[in-house]
Design a protein around this ligand. Sequence first.
Ligand SMILES: Cc1cc2nc3c(=O)[nH]c(=O)nc-3n(C[C@H](O)[C@H](O)[C@H](O)COP(=O)(O)OP(=O)(O)OC[C@H]3O[C@@H](n4cnc5c(N)ncnc54)[C@H](O)[C@@H]3O)c2cc1C
Ligand code: HEM
Length: 371
Amino acid sequence: MGNLSRLLKESWTLVEEQQDKVAGYFYARMFLSNPELRNLFPVTMDVQRARLLGALVTSMQLVDDPDRSDEYLHALGRDHRKFHVEPEHYEVVGGALLEALRAFAGERWSIEYDQAWREAYQAISARMIAGAATDTNPPYWNAEVLTHERRGPDVAVLTCRPLQYPLPYRAGQYVSVESPRHRPRLWRTYSIANAPDADNTLEFHVRAVGAGWVSSALVRKVRPGELLRVAAPMGSMTLDASSTRDIVCVAGGTGLAPIKALVQELTRYNRTRWVHVFFGARDRDGLYDLDELNQLAARYPWLSVVPACSDDDGFTGEQGLVSDVVGRYGPWAEHDFFVSGSAPMVRSTLRTLAELQVPSIRIRYDAFSDG
Ligand SMILES: Cc1cc2nc3c(=O)[nH]c(=O)nc-3n(C[C@H](O)[C@H](O)[C@H](O)COP(=O)(O)OP(=O)(O)OC[C@H]3O[C@@H](n4cnc5c(N)ncnc54)[C@H](O)[C@@H]3O)c2cc1C
Ligand code: HEM
């Protein structure tokens, strides 16, 4: 760990136990010095749901992490345009962050800590501002919902189309989505479930989780004709067209979305690569798109689909967690892998693949949650 990260981590421990209070103070300082900033944030802003402070602290502490490269920070800055963030806001936010840290660390705060936070914030925000400045896309696209289909109590498949300009993306990428009508100023990421096509339609597969705000609205409230906002695409779970290796896709629940986009892209040019899709859910109802996958497999001889249920004795296909099921097939040492689903599902699949000695460089994955 670099010296800067060490100082940031060490000083954060001084206030960590009081983080709710730190957050309250941080937002109060920010809105006091620039009241207009309040309009950028969600209407309901209890501390657990307010994301900026937590995101800031995590980003600062990872300042030396190669994964938080220029590319990531440029994309984060571009993405912040959807929140209506302007370059001059960075100073206000940085100032409020330092004031909050100083106030709660009290006498244990030092000049060294102060400089470390300033330096990290400066370095990171400069890259975000530069990313935003060079962006040629609009901050977001207004997209009209065309179709909305419930697939069981918690899942919906919906399509929408950007109104003014097409949204350029690659199969396997994800976008942030807002429903200004039902959940104003709350953005969440969803994978696009189709490969780019000529009529610019975007398909999403959404599962409403627990007490979740945005997904439940997308599943239960949104209707055709309404407008969504969709921000620029992100993510690198895309196909390497120069690879000749066969492909294994492992999807859990709505983790199928980006996998379906990849398979659809392959239908356009693939003749030579075998593609195996493992699709897992708790029960048969959770395999909400299996019929369409089976239709694709019937049409393309290079595609095979293995569905699996972990909690449905009546299911006649594979039984067990999809991460275990994939390990029963193989050998896989020469394949390209794409893995997508909840964080626990992705983690256990990566463990299986490590046991099977699949080199990590051949695995691309997206986890849908932090947990
Ligand atoms: C790269 C990426 C791609 C994604 N693609 C999709 C997609 O295609 N389809 C899709 O349905 N979702 C997808 N997600 C997840 C999505 O962005 C939301 O995080 C999720 O739907 C919850 O949002 P919410 O507003 O409903 O819940 P929030 O209001 O954000 O959360 C409410 C509560 O639910 C918990 N929670 C959040 N997410 C989950 C989860 N996945 N499982 C269990 N508990 C959770 C939170 O910890 C919190 O306590 C993706 C996430 C990422 C990072
Ligand atoms: C170094 C500077 C900054 C970093 C590293 C940073 C990082 C982040 C990250 C990672 C998120 C979370 C996104 C998500 O959960 O989907 C976020 C959210 C957000 N950021 Fe920033 N940000 C910075 C500066 C700013 C500034 C200057 C503003 C302007 C006010 C701002 C406004 C927001 C808003 C409004 C949200 C959404 C908050 C919510 O949903 O509760 N950010 N930021």
